[in-house]
Design a protein around this ligand. Structure first.
Ligand code: HEC
Length: 125
């Protein structure tokens, strides 16, 4: 008895796994394809803006919305709407203001420059 059932069950499992794999791999394919141009765009930008993107992701994204960074923080103002220029970002990041912490002791001058140009460039300033 067992020797008849086992192969049947195995065949069903293989069929089910095969179907599931087909379904998930086709949906992954489309999301991978959609993400690919963004990845390519990032890697072709300058080293400075890649650095700025990194600094933003680990220091600013939790509080600020910036579509270029894919961040949705709500503590501080939406940087897409404000579109601050580079000098403004630099001054505020260095010295802080109100609920915005100062980063003079956290980030290097080069990192502050990088994140300032990243924010101003990616919001069109
Ligand atoms: C703890 C949350 C928090 C973090 C982290 C944070 N901010 Fe802010 N940010 C704020 C708040 C709150 C304000 C509003 C300050 C005010 O004017 O009272 C602000 C204001 C700003 C402004 C000024 C917008 C204007 O009104 O012109 C800029 C630019 C800015 N932040 C950029 C950044 C950048 C770049 C980083 C990362 C280096 C960062 N922030 C990290 C909370 C944060």
């Amino acid at each position: 008895m067992k020797s008849f059932h086992a192969p049947t069950a195995l065949a069903l499992v293989i069929a089910a796994v095969g179907l599931a794999a087909c379904g998930s791999s086709s949906s992954e394919d489309s999301s991978t394809t959609a993400a690919a141009p963004a990845t390519t765009g990032t890697s072709t930008t300058t080293v400075a803006s890649a650095e700025g993107e990194k600094v933003f992701a680990s220091n600013c994204a939790q509080c600020h919305t910036l579509s270029a960074a894919g961040s949705t923080g709500q503590v501080g103002p939406n940087l897409d709407s404000i579109a601050p220029d580079e000098e403004t970002v630099k001054a505020i990041v260095t010295n802080g203001r109100g609920g915005m912490p100062a980063f003079a002791d956290v980030l290097t001058d080069a990192q502050i420059d990088a994140v300032a140009s990243y924010v101003s460039d990616s919001t069109g300033n």
